[in-house]
Design a protein. Structure first.
Length: 229
């Protein structure tokens, strides 16, 4: 009887440890898949993902039975991380433009460019979970832009759609083997883009002085709805 009780106690104590190990393995798989998919596309060999994650094939398939499930999990993870970082920036930054900066840099670091490549656009609408995740990202993006513009810290002739397209393009991965130092350049170019949006004192478009090309942008600000058409 005593041995049975001791065995039951050990089994109960082992469950949280196993669950923690399983959660860590899942995180490693998702992180590795995000990295591999960004460079090689969603058709990349699954064994490359297991090697990058440092897990066995059985562990990968225990969490993700097939490739579609893995792509789905990666897309949800990337979208959730982007929206979480944006909400944190909104909550923690007194300067609305600094909140926008943090959101933009975070979105690029979390792989917004790869996210746009991973799934056809219609799946964002057809899949309930993915649609909800996209709406969370959209809501944060709209809020950071709205606050920065209301405070006079961001030029007003730019829409949230403009911002999201620019970030997606800037973060879009280059073919494998092209520019080994692309992460440094990407961060530089994102900050260059943000510098073009910022109004230090608010009120009006930047003025470059005599001979400076017109700062007026062609067309109208792009909305998120424009991106869905």
């Amino acid at each position: 009887m005593a041995d049975d009780v001791a065995g039951a106690v050990r089994a109960r104590e082992a469950k949280p440890v196993r669950r923690a190990d399983q959660a860590r393995n899942r995180e490693r798989i998702v992180a590795a898949a995000r990295e591999v998919f960004a460079v090689r596309g969603t058709g990349a060999p699954m064994d490359l993902i297991t090697r990058t994650a440092g897990v066995g094939s059985a562990t990968l398939y225990r969490h993700f039975p097939d490739r579609d499930t893995l792509v789905h999990g990666v897309c949800l993870d990337v979208a959730d991380r982007i929206s979480e970082r944006g909400r944190a920036a909104l909550a923690e930054e007194a300067d609305p433009f600094e909140a926008l900066r943090r959101f933009a840099v975070g979105a690029v670091e979390e792989g917004i460019g790869a996210l746009c490549l991973m799934l056809p656009d219609h799946l964002w609408v057809d899949d309930v979970e993915l649609h909800a995740a996209r709406r969370r990202v959209d809501a944060v993006a709209e809020e950071v832009v709205r606050r920065a513009q209301r405070a006079g810290r961001m030029r007003g002739d730019v829409g949230v759609g403009d911002v999201m397209v620019a970030l997606s393009q800037l973060a879009r991965p280059l073919p494998e083997g092209v520019c080994a130092d692309i992460e440094r350049l990407t961060e530089r170019h994102v900050r260059l883009f943000l510098a073009g949006l910022e109004l230090p004192g608010g009120g009006g478009l930047p003025d470059g002085g005599p001979g400076w090309p017109s700062a007026e942008l062609p067309g109208r600000p792009a909305t998120l709805e424009d991106l869905r058409r």
